[in-house]
Design a binder for this molecule. Structure first.
Ligand SMILES: Cc1ncc(COP(=O)(O)O)c(C=O)c1O
Length: 354
């Protein structure tokens, strides 16, 4: 299609859009994939539940409001059923939040850096993204965010891609200082850091967003959930697609919550492994390793070329994440995989660094 035609067919804001670029998906076998913070573990009981739900019943539409799953979430987190909504990944919930809250030209605030999809989604909506820089050590710019007081603010906590944990006092200061909706995106909170769940009852503008992609190892099925006031959650139900979470995903989500203790044990092991690998990276290569409360590690490399290390690792079939963005262009982010994967990563780094 020619440029002239597309000018007439596509909204101008979409023509100008720089689409979100997900982490590379390797083709073929033998790869160690440490570029999108997936879990290295899935509970066998979840796999069994999904397998036994793959029956003739799949001809029926799924429950549009995920009743069984929300009932379990309500019991687990102590939040009323009417204040919970599930989505096709937390990415879909981010879309719904923007659809419901931010109109054309409305400000949507987030920190820079943070999850770059926030900005892309804001642009899709023709809203006005406001990127507020984090402090030198990735501290939350609380006063600046409150000063912006956007109709919608996204806070990644613990932070990605740095891994920094934020104290609940900072989270509360933003929730209480802003009159708009404040979304605490807690994709990584099961690996460490404070949760904003305790703010829900006091601040009707607070939304807490969770995903099963990280702590529950279900990135391939797409399941996220949000907690908020009845008013905000009701607005999300109005704008959501009818059958946004498929049946097998709802079954997997229920089974994952039933396997809570098993996941908690595995994720504690992952956090211990993260700290071991972080000290090794510091000791072997002298890199700056940011303290992490997540299942990934961000390192800053002063004396070597980060992009060269990423390419050499790729030649060894190991994928890690590089961000060609201000403040991150000398850094590499690595997910914490299994013990064997981390040993292979450290061995490969011994070969490729320097
Ligand atoms: C901070 C943050 N929020 C949300 C997501 C999206 O999660 P989901 O897989 O549930 O869409 C990610 C995924 O990487 C993330 O890093």
């Amino acid at each position: 299609m020619s440029g002239t035609n597309s000018a007439r067919l596509i909204r101008q804001s979409v023509q100008a859009l720089k689409a979100y670029v997900p982490g590379e998906q390797p083709q073929g076998a033998g790869w160690i994939k440490l570029n999108t913070n997936e879990n290295w573990f899935v509970s066998p009981t979840v796999l069994a539940a999904v397998a036994s739900a793959a029956t003739n019943d799949l001809r029926r539409y799924p429950d549009p409001v995920c009743t069984d799953l929300r009932t379990r979430l309500s019991a687990r987190y102590g939040v009323d059923l009417k204040r919970i909504i599930c989505g096709n990944g937390s990415d879909e919930l981010l879309t719904m939040l923007i659809r419901a809250i931010a109109g054309e030209g409305d400000r949507i605030a987030f920190t820079e850096p943070s999850y770059s999809l926030y900005e892309t989604l804001a642009q899709i909506q023709n809203a006005a993204p406001v990127a507020v820089p984090l402090g030198e050590g990735w501290q939350l710019p609380v006063d600046e965010l409150v000063a912006v007081n956007a109709p919608l603010t996204f806070i990644t906590t613990p932070h990605a891609p740095s891994g920094t944990a934020y104290p609940i006092s900072d989270l509360e200061a933003i929730a209480s200082g802003c009159t708009g909706v404040v979304v605490f995106d807690e994709a990584y909170v099961d690996f460490g850091g404070d949760t904003a769940l305790s703010l829900l009852d006091r601040y009707p503008n607070v939304v807490v967003l969770r995903t099963m992609s990280k702590a529950f190892g279900l990135a391939g099925l797409r399941l996220g959930y949000a907690f908020g006031s009845e008013e905000v959650i009701d607005a999300l139900y109005r704008v959501k697609d009818s059958y946004n979470v498929d049946h097998l995903t709802q079954v997997a989500g229920c089974a994952a919550l039933d396997a809570w203790d098993e996941y908690a044990r595995v994720n504690r092991e992952t956090s211990v492994r993260r700290d071991r690998v972080a000290s090794e990276l510091q000791r072997r290569f002298g890199w700056k390793v940011w303290p992490s409360a997540t299942n990934f590690i961000l390192v800053e490399i002063e004396h070597d070329d980060a992009t060269e290390i990423v390419s050499r690792l790729k030649r060894e079939q190991i994928l890690v994440r590089y961000f060609a963005r201000p403040r991150l262009d000398r850094s590499i982010r690595m997910s914490v995989g299994s013990d064997a994967e981390m040993d292979r990563l450290l061995d490969a780094l011994d070969r490729v660094v320097g």
